[in-house]
Design a protein around this ligand. Sequence first.
Ligand code: HEC
Ligand code: HEC
Length: 283
Amino acid sequence: MPRRLAPGLFALCVLFAPAAPLSAQDSHRGAPAAVDAGLVLPRTPADLAAGAQLFQVHCALCHGAKGEGGKGPTLAVPALPRAADDPALLRLIAQGIGGTEMPASKLGAAEIAQVAAFVRALGRLPVEPVPGDPARGAHLFATKGGCTACHTVAGRGGAFGPDLTRIGQRRSAGYLRRALLEPAADLPQSATPYRSDVSLPENFLFVRAVLRDGRTLAGVRLNEDAFSLQLREASGRIHSVFKADLAALHKDRGFSPMPAYGDLLAPAEIDDVVAFLVSLRRP
Ligand code: HEC
Ligand code: HEC
């Protein structure tokens, strides 16, 4: 039974509204359920079983069947950085995290409370350790790996690939390992079909623009509208072209310009780089 929106929560919605085009889009399909900040999480075995089932259907795709993580971060940890307490967890599930792949939920308030209770139960399971040495990984990142050519961490590095400053908070260790071994396996993008088609920073799309004079510009799409396109070459140079000037425009969906590191780094070095990436989170 949805309760009335608490005044504090209402203020929060207003605060987040301009930064969250995704939630605005989602609201066409039904507004996120209101969550009462004072709600206590249900604890009966029946509620936990219902929560587990809802989690499999609505969350496991990104967070793993046991909350071990995947495209979304590991939830089987004692403290969630984004959800310090239960009201914060309920709000986060109901509203999603604006501007990220974490969607607003279409579940009702009682179901959200059951899923939240299940997420907290996952947090009581033992955490899987990540092998590897983060300090060695940081060194490899800047040297042999050549990662800084394309990625920024804490304001330093290239901008061809996504900013990795807080990547350990967004992705699980398993996902990060796969990103290194099979870069094309899971390109960062939204699950919303609408967003995979518009130009947002997390929707990486490799494009090749063939100009009428025969030259080809290849890089990551930054922006696109009906008449023009902006792309960033691997060198970092940004080009803006009018579509009328193009002989052809190829969109290489599913192609990753990032090298597969299984051939370039030893298995122990991959472990070190993964440990470094996992350590990149807000203190
Ligand atoms: C389409 C993928 C996707 C789905 C489906 C999804 N999540 Fe997420 N979730 C994410 C991502 C990605 C993040 C991290 C966002 C960021 O920080 O950039 C996240 C973050 C979170 C966080 C914050 C974790 C932290 O470290 O504090 C919680 C809690 C969470 N999700 C719970 C859920 C629950 C519960 C469901 C199901 C009702 C769900 N998510 C469904 C992708 C997803
Ligand atoms: C030639 C440029 C290039 C190099 C070099 C490169 N990357 Fe990438 N990387 C990209 C691009 C572009 C993407 C986004 C699209 C994709 O996955 O292909 C990406 C994606 C990623 C992702 C996934 C990010 C997410 O949000 O899902 C991780 C993690 C990553 N890179 C880590 C690394 C590490 C670690 C190295 C060095 C060992 C490295 N990259 C080297 C270009 C590069």
